[in-house]
Design a binder for this molecule. Sequence first.
Ligand SMILES: [Zn+2]
Length: 152
Amino acid sequence: MYVLDSSAFINEYHTDERIATIPLVQEELEGEAAYRFDALEGSGMHLHIPEENTVERIERAARETGDLEELSETDIRLVAAAFELDSPLVTDDYAMQNVAEKLDVRVEVIAREGITEQREWRFQCAGCGREFDENRDRCPVCGSSLSRKNPA
Ligand SMILES: [Zn+2]
C-alpha cells in the first residue's frame, strides 16, 4: 500500500500497489485531479484517518527537525497515515520527506518527466554544432551563440 499526497493526484502518480490517502486531500484537489480522486476512491482506494496521538507524535518529530512551520495539517496527517499503515509515503515535499525520514517512514518521490529532462538538457552551438553540458554565452570554439537542445 502507498500513501499519496495531493501532488501525487495532481501529477497522475501511477502504481500497481494498493493506494491510500486521507480525506483532507480531497479538499485540496480540483478539476482533473479531483475526478481522479473520485475514480480511485470508487475502485477501492483506502481513506485513512490517523489517530490523534499519532498526529501529535508527527508534530513532535516535525518540531524536532524544524519542519513544523512548513507543514499544513494535511501534510502532518499524511505522514501520520503512512506511519500507522507502515506504508511508503508518495510526496515531493521536502519538509514531509524530512519528517518521514526521522520516523523511518519510506518515501517515494513522484517521478515527473520535466525534472529528468532538465537534467539532461544539452546546449548546441549554432555555428559549429558542438554540444555542451552547460550553457555559456558563446561557443568557446567558434564564438557563435548556443541554444538549448532537447534530448533525443
Ligand atoms: Zn561553435
